[in-house]
Design a protein around this ligand. Structure first.
Ligand SMILES: *Cc1c(COP(=O)(O)O)cnc(C)c1O
Length: 375
């Protein structure tokens, strides 16, 4: 652990739990991802940097090989500008009445998924920089392929009037976390077709980006001129092919310790009953802090040198840990989640215990905990 540059950002009154963000890990992950592509690297810091702090992750990524920033909303993009970040920023998901004038005025690029958005952006200011967004297989954001040719032609007309400049074309892959999935090749083909259609319409998009973290790590044919990586920056590899460095550590202090007799029911619904006399430790965090309640009955924490089971239901703001015949003093620190180097559970384990993915664990914790940024 290197020297602490501590920036506590309490989002609700917390009782001593701490979420530490290891920016050295973010730096190492950025360098690794940058080395895996010949294209540029866009650091995706949506959802407050996947719960790790958007500005801190953005600054770190830009210092270690990323040259672009990416977020969903214009609001997030403007917050990065307010924090003094002047790198190119792309915002790709906005309602049609979003403040595109503010985006254009702050030099924020916006993605356009259809005619309505194109018109709204064209009205917002002279020379808006747009990336046309093609749906390459999720039936989610992005223009349906059936509407793409018309969108490209309309964009070219808007470009001729000076209203917009089409600087990019983007797509996204549905199944990149499973490299062998045929949907990846299909998505790449749709993207290649989409770029060809844009060119045929007279557009000259400099930035062509399809790959996110998984495809950046596993699928060079998808790299084009840029990759948009988010999860990988903070140590999450959806493809499970590469050793990245998890950046989150969550600790909590022991509030109290008690000895209980055999048969003692613990927590709501008495879903766990002490099978013998044992010692229980109380930690002051729960699902309101982003600890998944669905992990009840499976979760563990590292406390007093060993993995210990969390017993009973995860409550809104407390969990109980079974110490057996061991003892700790109130004030001892439990490691709830971390990179795993010291034997603590990882975000991947918490995700498995609760039937979700690491992304959801990280964003859930990050939105709610006091956060310490470690530089
Ligand atoms: C979130 C997101 C990304 C980043 O994906 P990761 O798998 O986290 O790297 C890239 N592009 C789009 C459109 C996204 O929504």
């Amino acid at each position: 652990m290197s020297a602490a540059l501590a920036v506590p950002l309490p989002t609700r009154p917390v009782a001593g739990s701490r979420l530490h963000v290891d920016l050295d890990a973010v730096a190492a992950n950025t360098r690794l991802l940058a080395a895996r592509t010949t294209g540029a690297l866009m650091a995706v810091v949506k959802a407050d940097g996947f719960g790790h702090g958007d500005v801190a992750v953005a600054r770190t990524a830009l210092a270690h090989g990323a040259t672009w920033l990416g977020v969903t909303s214009v609001t997030e993009a403007l917050a990065l500008r307010s924090a003094g970040l002047d790198a190119p920023v792309l915002s790709w998901l906005n309602p049609v009445d979003a403040d595109f004038s503010a985006a254009v005025g702050s030099g924020v690029d916006v993605a356009v998924p259809g005619i309505e958005h194109l018109d709204a952006v064209a009205r917002a200011g002279i020379g808006a920089r747009v990336h046309l967004h093609l749906d390459t297989g999720l039936a989610r954001d992005g223009a349906a392929p059936a509407t793409w040719t018309a969108l490209c032609r309309a964009a070219r007309r808007a470009e001729r009037t000076g209203a917009v400049r089409v600087v990019g074309v983007m797509g996204h892959l549905a199944c990149a976390d499973t490299p062998a999935d045929p949907a990846n090749a299909a998505g790449r083909r749709v993207f290649d077709w989409g770029v060809a259609v844009a060119r045929a319409a007279g557009l000259r998009p400099r930035h062509r980006h399809l790959a996110a973290t998984a495809a950046t790590l596993t699928d060079p044919a998808s790299h084009h001129t840029m990759s948009r990586v988010g999860a990988g920056l903070v140590g999450i590899d959806p493809s499970r092919t590469t050793a990245l460095s998890p950046a989150l550590t969550l600790t909590a202090p022991v509030v109290s310790v008690r000895r209980v007799g055999r048969g003692t029911g613990v927590g709501y619904g008495h879903t766990w009953t002490a099978p013998r006399e044992t010692t229980l430790a109380l930690l002051p965090l729960g699902y309101a802090d982003g600890l998944p309640r669905a992990a009840s009955g499976r979760a563990q924490v590292l406390l007093a040198g060993r993995r210990r089971p969390v017993v009973g239901q995860v409550s809104m703001d407390q969990v109980v840990v079974d110490l057996g015949d061991d003892h700790v003093e109130p004030g001892a620190t439990a490691c709830v989640l971390g990179p795993g180097h010291g034997g603590e559970p990882t975000a991947a384990e918490w995700a498995a215990w609760s039937g979700t993915i690491e992304h959801e664990v990280a964003t859930g914790l990050g939105a709610r905990s006091a956060r310490m940024v470690r530089a």
